[in-house]
Write a protein that binds this ligand. Structure first.
Ligand code: SDX
Length: 428
């Protein structure tokens, strides 16, 4: 295998090094191309462009592989916990029992937030989307912990910021729900595990306590593991590029939350349910909606289908589909839109339009059906995605800062007006 690629422009040859990752992925390093040739590359949406070298997550979209720090997602989903996977992603190794206990204790001790956050929450109208509330509360952490904006690069200071964010995110997420519902917020209960505490803060009421159901907490923990990281997706890339300007961890994560909100990204799980509900309301006419998705003149897309990287089944979708059946059965929930989802998947996987474009169900296609069964409202689905993705974003931000990567600043090809002379308004 050659160590160099050659680009020939106007008879001149430029040699560019080829680099190989630990999973044998190959890239042409173009970092010196412009200085050698004055030429840049162009790749809208970065569909073929690597932004970094990373040791956090490996995925192979052709065969549907997803590993966190080398561990297959299937093994972690079956045997690990979200807290343990968070540790793995952020610190690079699975914790020992002592390390896990210390991490659990640290992230539990910081779940309470300053009372003034309730004043911030009160400033939002009840119509606010929980994702907007969540990103605002995370940004506000900079105000309560001003030292976090100019991390003095000490590992201890950075780690304390990480622990604070991991611990307070469930509190913020639950409070964004309570805002929506017009209900009083619940304070964290440090005697409960991560998922039990989150569900308690979400659903406990002054008039009735929330009974923890192990089926629900186990399903939620699995969903959070499956969402924990996904290499250089839109929101992780946002976190890295915002952090590359040396913006704080909280500012960078808040930017990631806002990138995830979009319906083409994490907002798809909410859009899938809206779509399935529309199909149900429309009499379950699946073919009609499939035809809409294939019609180039119709902006409608089959939400929860297709993926920038996976050109095979999204391994997370397989696990979530199986979990959806198990959870609904265990909870005795009958949800007609699960049958519509399965019917849609079956039809799409046999339809040439989807087969030719290698469009398969992605992580968002079935996740909303489980969230619904767990009693989580649709507008909170993307917040659940953000809760799961937080350790991945943190790991990506920390890796970028640890690698001392330069500030992200892509180039462009200008296609506007060439130089022209200014005339005052009276002469135009
Ligand atoms: C997530 O990147 C990540 O890792 C993201 C994520 C993570 O964990 O962080 O996995 C989470 O964001 C999952 C994706 C959630 N989004 C959706 O489910 C929205 C619906 N999907 C599409 O919008 C689309 O598939 C994207 C955005 C996910 C990917 O789009 P690409 O890679 O830019 O591909 P494309 O739009 O160029 O599509 C290629 C072709 C086009 O047709 P042609 O121009 O070739 O004729 O496939 C078609 C598209 O029109 N197509 C679809 C489709 N997705 C792609 N047609 C109908 N329905 C769809 N869902």
């Amino acid at each position: 295998m050659s160590e160099y690629a050659q680009i020939i422009v106007d008879g001149k040859t430029y040699e560019l090094p080829i680099i190989r990752g630990t999973e044998n992925e190959l890239a042409i390093d173009i970092s010196k191309l412009r200085s050698q040739s004055g030429i840049i590359t162009l790749d809208p949406g970065f569909k073929n462009t690597g932004s970094t070298k990373s040791a956090i997550t490996f995925l192979d979209g052709e065969i549907g592989i997803l590993n966190y720090r080398g561990y297959p997602i299937e093994q972690l989903a079956d045997h690990s916990t979200f807290t343990e996977v968070s540790y793995l992603l952020i610190y690079g190794e699975l914790p020992t029992a002592v390390e896990l206990a210390a991490f659990q204790n640290a992230t539990t001790q910081h779940t309470l937030v300053h009372e003034d956050f309730k004043t911030i929450l009160d400033g939002f109208p009840s119509t606010s989307h929980p994702m907007g509330v969540l990103s605002s509360l995370v940004t506000a952490l900079n105000a309560f912990y001003p030292k976090s904006t100019n991390l003095d690069k000490s590992p201890e200071a950075i780690n304390l910021s990480i622990i604070r964010l991991l611990a307070k995110m469930p509190t913020f997420a639950a409070w964004s729900y309570k805002k929506k519902m017009g209900q009083p917020v619940n304070y964290p209960n440090n005697n409960l595990d991560y998922c039990s505490n989150f569900l308690h803060m979400m659903f406990a009421l002054p008039t009735m306590s929330y009974d923890i159901n192990p089926v629900v907490t186990k399903a939620l923990d699995k969903l959070l593991i499956l969402h924990a990281d996904h290499e250089q997706n839109c929101s992780a890339s946002t976190v890295r590029i915002v952090g590359s300007s040396q913006a704080s961890l909280y500012a960078s994560i808040s930017a990631g939350i806002n990138a995830l909100w979009g319906p083409l990204h994490g907002g798809a799980n909410q859009a899938v349910i809206d779509m399935l509900e529309s199909i149900k309301a429309d009499g379950g006419n699946i073919q009609k909606w499939m035809d809409k998705a294939k019609d180039k003149n119709d902006p409608f897309r089959l939400m929860g289908f297709g993926h920038r990287v996976y050109k095979n089944f999204d391994p997370r979708a397989k696990i979530i589909k199986k979990a959806a059946d198990e959870v609904l059965t265990a909870l005795g929930v009958q949800d007609p839109i699960l049958d519509i989802a399965k019917g849609l998947e079956e039809k799409a996987l046999a339809d040439p339009y989807f087969v030719e474009r290698k469009l398969y169900p992605n992580v968002d296609f079935y996740s909303g059906i489980i969230y619904r069964a767990l009693g989580i409202p649709t507008e909170m689905f993307t917040v659940m995605f953000a809760l799961g993705r937080l350790p991945g974003w943190i790991a990506q931000w920390q890796e970028m800062r640890g690698n001392q990567e330069p500030i992200g600043r892509p180039r462009q090809i200008y296609t506007g007006k060439t130089k022209r002379v200014y005339f005052p308004c009276s002469q135009r």
